[in-house]
Design a protein around this ligand. Structure first.
Ligand code: T1G
Length: 699
């Protein structure tokens, strides 16, 4: 006989004889918000007080078991009961408690499992401790219970990588006691019966001993010191795990303090902004409309971008027709795609069989005519307007009705390209970032006449390619490159005025960028910027201080960076060294311009560089090129190597404040009033005391 009690709107108890089921139902991911915590605590307490049930089994409805604490609660005043306290009550239960985990049991969800006395996994389960990805650490017993279950090295691995562990590995590590292929409910009833029949052992995790491993702790601490000096919570993970050899209650206290300390850091705020930002960029009406079906894609151009885009489509299981004008270019494209896919096999992203299957979906062809039956064309040819207009003019007659025509241009006017067809409603920009099969950003550029379902198809494609699609309006360089074109100038001004390229790079790497602007220039090829400066020379603002003197002279020598063996740095077998010839060029340019070099602190370098980025980012929001500040932030996190823990340029701007930014720009303008100007929006924010976070909410 079944009797169900609704403990609260998220938690219910179902009694079947000696078995009691506790069922969590909090869509979309059963996060342990306040109501869930309260309900779990009340359910366990009530069942223990009743004392009729002989075993309790916890499972969750929906697509996944608990995927963690409710991240939307972070940064707000904590609401009791606290999760670790609820889990201690579960562990202390006099009635054995088992848990059945399915989908993604992450963070507080995995910790719930570890607080119970036996764990069942459903086929396809993944467990993980991703708190580190949010600038936190496990805060509900994970750093104390996992060492007892699976040892210190495995705990350090999971808590510092945030990786999701497949069910098979979890079973092998003893993290789960069983792996079954049934529904969570069936598994819960079966396992509970097995406990009653003595076929499934239960034990409190607190009773398990931790095997000390000081070497693992020391080695990890040393590695972190070297590699992640600027990240706060990773060091706290080691501290907490080290405490696992203490009695559980003491270890939990140390974990709790480390968790609360991490919660106060700007890194936590930046990383959580990144988590929700990644979802917010596709949470817009433009992304949600009906979309067109895409079963085959045509990619024009077998160069670096074209072959990267083709690879990305093949990795997503979409057949590709690759088009080039000459056999040699086509062969090069196919070879690059093959190499990219072999790289994916090496990185464990796909099996060799999957690679072979993907290559079978690639049809290399000469001539545009073969694109008559594809659903989407992505043009990735030379960045020249007349070449693109010629191609789109031809596609206009070749492609079937309803086919979408996209350009991978990174700067040019998508409207002008669209107007070279008589179906501008089917045209949009799909701006990938190199290497296109690796970089997650996709700028989805809306033309003046782009149809809503075409735009929605761009977002649907981004999801299929596992990209972060961000809506951008047409302007020179869209969101990312337009802002880059602006903030790259202070990096050059700083060198002209006294800093060395290496000092600028080191200062920005200290800020968290993976690579400073001069190293990035060398990697991408200095000739690209050189060509852009030449292309823009005729229309350059004569009042603007020219930033290209040094770079032009470097390029005139053919020193285009890594591909030329030298640029700002010398590239050999050893680590790149600053190029002494560049130092001579800098001295010569300074003398020529009568500049007396001065010293800059690293902080001054970061302030100028970041303020310039924030200025143009504000203008991009101000004129609607980007929908909201968060869209700019995600462009920089996923396309420009912006340090994720800082949340993006405009999230970072809020840590400075509009008032201070206006004061800085006003100060810098004393040196160069043409370059340093306060955007009206920023002035308004300073006057009204508003933030970019407010603008995100208001949008
Ligand atoms: N809290 C609140 N909302 C969440 C959430 C969470 N933990 N996880 C997901 N959502 C929302 C998400 O914003 C989206 O909302 C919707 O659910 C679907 O998510 C004490 C401190 C589970 C793998 O870090 O990795 O536990 O956009 O689009 O692609 O130690 O979500 O629809 O409005 O991502 O299928 C640790 C975070 C927390 C896991 C599913 N847990 N989530 O991916 O769907 S810290 C995590 C994910 C913690 C304890 C500590 C993924 C997913 P909306 P989605 P998905």
């Amino acid at each position: 006989m079944t009797d169900v009690t609704q403990v609260n709107e998220k938690i219910s108890i179902e009694r079947q004889g000696d078995i009691a089921l506790i069922i969590i139902d909090n869509p979309p991911v059963n996060a342990t918000g306040q109501v869930v915590r309260q309900g779990l605590q009340d359910a366990i307490t009530r069942l223990n007080e009743e004392g009729t049930a002989k075993v309790i089994a916890i499972y969750a409805e929906g697509r996944t078991f608990v995927a963690g604490a409710d991240i939307t609660e972070f940064g707000k005043p904590p609401q009791p009961p606290a999760l670790p306290d609820v889990y201690n009550i579960i562990e202390a239960s006099q009635i054995p408690v088992i848990s059945v985990m399915h989908g993604t049991a992450l963070g507080g969800g995995f910790e719930l499992g570890m607080a119970t006395h036996a764990r069942i996994g459903i086929k396809g389960l993944r467990v993980g401790l991703p708190e580190i990805l949010l600038g936190l650490l496990p805060g509900a017993g994970g750093t104390q219970r996992l060492p007892r279950i699976a040892g210190i090295p495995f705990t350090l691995d999971m808590a510092l990588s945030g990786r999701q562990v497949k069910a098979e590995e979890a079973l092998e590590k003893g993290v789960i006691d069983r792996l079954v292929d049934t529904t969570p409910r069936e598994a819960a009833l079966q396992a509970a019966q097995d406990v009653l029949d003595g076929k499934l052992a239960t034990r409190r995790t607190s009773e398990l001993q931790v095997e000390r491993d000081d070497k693992a702790l020391e080695d990890t601490a040393a590695k972190l010191k070297a590699k992640q000096a600027h990240l706060f919570s990773s060091h706290k993970v080691v501290e907490a795990v080290a405490a696992s050899s203490l009695p559980l209650t003491e270890g939990l206290k140390i974990e709790r303090q480390a968790f609360l300390d991490s919660m106060q850091t700007p890194q936590r705020a930046g990383l959580i902004h990144a988590f929700f930002g990644e979802r917010a960029v596709s949470g817009i009406p433009e992304a949600k409309g009906d979309s067109r079906e895409i079963n085959k894609i045509g990619v024009i151009g077998g160069g670096t971008m074209g072959s990267g885009i083709a690879t990305s489509c093949l990795l997503a299981g979409i057949p590709v027709r690759l088009v080039e004008v000459a056999q040699e270019g086509l062969d090069r494209g196919v070879a690059t795609i093959t190499k990219n896919l072999e790289g994916a096999v090496k990185r464990g992203k796909m099996t060799a069989e999957q690679k072979d299957a993907a290559l079978k979906m690639l049809e290399p062809s000469l001539g545009l005519e073969v694109l008559s039956d594809v659903d989407l064309v992505i043009e990735a040819v030379f960045e020249q307007m007349d070449v693109k207009k010629d191609i789109f003019g031809k596609l206009n007659t070749i492609c079937k009705e309803g086919a979408i025509l996209a350009s991978n241009t990174s700067y040019l006017d998508v409207n002008e390209i669209a107007d070279s067809t008589d179906r501008p409603q089917d045209v949009l920009g799909l701006h990938f970032f190199s290497p296109a099969h690796v970089m997650r950003l996709l700028e989805i550029v809306q033309g003046a006449k782009t149809a809503p379902d075409v735009l929605a198809t761009g977002f649907a494609l981004a999801k299929r390619l596992k990209k972060v699609g961000v809506l951008a309006q047409v302007c020179d360089g869209f969101i990312g490159n337009r802002i880059l074109a602006h903030y790259s100038k202070p990096a050059s001004y700083l060198v002209l005025d006294g800093a060395s390229p290496q000092q600028v790079d080191d200062a920005l790497e200290g800020f968290g960028f993976a690579m400073g602007p001069h190293k990035v220039g060398d990697l991408a090829g200095l000739d690209i910027g050189w060509m852009t400066r030449k292309r823009k020379a005729a229309t350059r603002d004569p009042n603007e201080r020219y930033a290209g003197d040094v770079a032009d002279k470097i390029c005139e020598n053919g020193w285009f960076g890594r591909k030329a063996g030298q640029g700002y740095y010398i590239y050999g077998d050893a680590a790149p060294e600053p190029n002494p010839e560049v130092a001579k060029i800098i001295d010569a340019v300074r003398a020529e311009k009568g500049i007396t070099p001065r010293t800059f602190t690293d902080a001054e370098i970061v302030d100028r560089y970041m303020t310039a980025m924030i200025v143009e980012a504000t203008r991009v929001v101000e004129d609607g090129t980007a929908k909201r500040p968060v869209d700019v932030d995600m462009v920089f996190l996923f396309g420009y190597g912006f340090p994720r823990f800082r949340g993006g340029p405009l999230h970072y701007a809020d840590t400075i404040g509009a008032k201070e930014l206006v004061a800085r720009i006003t100060e810098y303008a004393k040196e160069d009033a043409n370059y340093w100007q306060v955007p009206p929006l920023l002035q308004k924010m300073a006057d009204e005391g508003t933030t970019f976070a407010d603008l995100n909410k208001g949008a």
